[in-house]
Unconditional design. Structure first.
Ligand code: NAD
Ligand code: UDX
Length: 465
């Protein structure tokens, strides 16, 4: 089956970049990305490519090349579904905030709404692709919904989880370690798999396209994120032991990472992992294990989350303790609010919890992030409901310049590893701060020896010296 028309439901951090790359690499396929969020679609259609709703290095160029040629952004979901022979579901699957499984299970209401809309609108056979991260066996629920339309349309359901990381999405999509496609073992299922393999084969070497059954594919996505997050929690657990024992976690990471069985990636100690995926997907894994009665399995993975919470809290606790046990009325400057560098995404960013803890201690916070806008920062804090939004605005200011942000502050806390932080004029920052001037490097990116020479008192995560 030759795919000519693709629809992607969900124009978010995954749908947007993923489909932009498909459109760029497959000029013979018409790709339409649809969303219920009209302002998001309008932003994707913005003539000014610096105003796209998702910031990813290199994405503006790709959208600029394909948009209007074979890449379209629209709110007309019915029409895009009707025209497509392949439909990607790339909607959000957040942790449930209500009812059974609250705080753990994935909320599948957006996926189900998509499936119902596809069922209602479709007049011709279609391949439906799960691009969202979903609990294992979701495909059978989707199948049930699609097969009860009564209009004779045949659907094949594939699982094709996305492994891109934010900040490197374009590179990850252009040059993926692997593409995973799960489908039915029937003839029709295998044909559908082949149709999607053929799309990716336009730019991904065939040996990197892995096909499996649906359940393996669905579960591999949750497993990959759990393993990655587990490495971060493991090294973060050790970072505290390093601080106590005089070891240096950066040296330990290097030493163990050179063992080819361990590998060097994902061993960077930090103030904690953030992002929309790790916590949500592990909680989901824990929930699934519990529903099968596998309590030991659930407890094992839950520990990855608990360690991450601990890491964020101990970072803010350390700031309070070091600043003579009180930060009340003191100004603390945050460098970075995004959950990692090179993205404007702040979902589950460790900065949010660290700020909330310090604001509860009545600190005054001043934030500078190169890409995160002011209203996002306030929305993140307001969402926690710890205090009124007026109080949040009174206690926390957002600045668009790092030197203004750090003026007269008692301490600087590095929450995101943006490269530009390394090249600031730190003498200038020091000169305008209260003394003693403290730096808390939650990402281990600064040259603390040089800062100490200037006069700063430095704390670097995982550094015991
Ligand atoms: P997102 O919130 O940025 O985007 C989802 C979009 O879907 C939103 O714009 C929303 O308006 C839209 N939407 C929801 N219901 C809809 C409906 N019924 N019809 C049309 N549009 C609808 O989310 P995201 O970060 O792109 O994540 C999407 C999925 O991909 C999630 O399951 C996530 O776990 C997974 N994922 C995310 C990443 C990542 O780095 N963000 C990586 C891999 C996988
Ligand atoms: C992750 C997965 O990497 C990706 O494959 C999946 O598709 C989505 O979830 P993402 O959350 O975008 O991607 O970024 P990632 O690079 O994995 O970083 C997640 C968090 O872990 C960030 O807060 C990052 O700063 C932190 N991290 C990562 C560390 O603290 N140390 C590390 O060594 C690596």
């Amino acid at each position: 089956m030759n795919i000519k028309n693709i629809c992607c439901i969900g124009a978010g951090y995954v749908g947007g970049p993923t489909m932009a790359v498909v459109a760029q690499k497959c000029p013979h396929i018409k790709v339409t990305i649809v969303d219920i969020n009209a302002s998001r679609i309008a932003a994707w259609n913005n003539q000014d490519l610096s105003k796209l709703p998702v910031f990813e290095p290199g994405l503006d160029k790709i959208v600029g090349e394909a948009r209007g040629r074979n890449l379209f952004f629209s709110t007309d979901i019915d029409q895009a579904i009707d025209e497509a022979d392949m439909i990607f579901m790339s909607v959000n699957t957040p942790t449930k905030t209500y009812g059974k499984g609250k705080g753990m299970a994935a909320d599948l209401k957006y996926i189900e709404l998509c499936a119902r809309q596809i069922a209602r609108v479709s007049k011709s056979d279609k391949i439906v692709v799960e691009k969202s991260t979903l609990p294992v066996r979701t495909a059978s629920a989707i199948k049930n919904i699609l097969e009860h339309t009564g209009n004779g349309v045949k659907f094949q359901i594939l699982s094709n989880p996305e492994f891109l990381a934010e900040g490197t999405a374009v590179q990850d999509l252009l040059n993926p370690d692997r593409v995973l496609i799960g489908g039915d073992t029937t003839d029709a299922g295998q044909k559908a798999i082949q149709a999607l393999v053929d799309v990716y084969a336009n730019w991904v070497p065939k040996e990197r396209i892995l096909t499996t059954n649906v359940w393996s594919s669905e579960l591999s996505k949750l497993t990959a994120n759990a393993f990655l997050a587990q490495r971060v929690s493991s090294i973060n657990a050790l970072s505290q032991l390093c601080e106590k024992s005089g070891a240096d976690v950066h040296e330990v990471s290097k030493a163990i990472g050179m063992d080819s069985r361990i590998g060097s990636k994902f061993l960077k100690a930090s103030v904690g992992f953030g992002g929309s995926c790790f916590q949500k997907d592990i909680l989901n894994l824990v929930y699934i294990a519990k529903t099968y009665g596998l309590n030991e399995v659930a407890d094992y993975w839950e520990q990855v989350i608990l360690m991450n919470e601990h890491q964020k809290n101990r970072f803010s606790d350390n700031i309070v303790t070091t600043l003579y046990n009180t930060v009340s009325g003191k100004k603390i400057t945050f460098l970075g609010w995004a959950f990692k560098k090179d993205t404007n995404d702040t979902r589950e960013s460790p900065a949010i919890q660290v700020a909330d803890n310090l604001l509860s201690e009545r600190a005054h916070i001043s934030v500078y992030d190169p890409k995160v806008v002011e209203e996002r920062i306030y929305a993140d804090l307001d969402y926690l409901n710890t205090r009124s939004s007026e109080e949040n605005r009174a206690l926390l200011q957002v600045s668009n310049d790092p030197y203004t942000a750090s003026k007269a502050s008692h301490a600087i806390a590095v929450l995101t590893e943006w490269d530009e932080f390394k090249t600031y004029d730190w003498q200038k920052i020091y000169d305008q701060m209260q003394k003693p001037a403290f730096v808390f490097d939650g990402r281990g990116i600064l040259d603390t020896k040089a800062l100490e020479k200037i006069g700063f008192v430095c704390y670097k995560i995982g550094s015991g010296s």
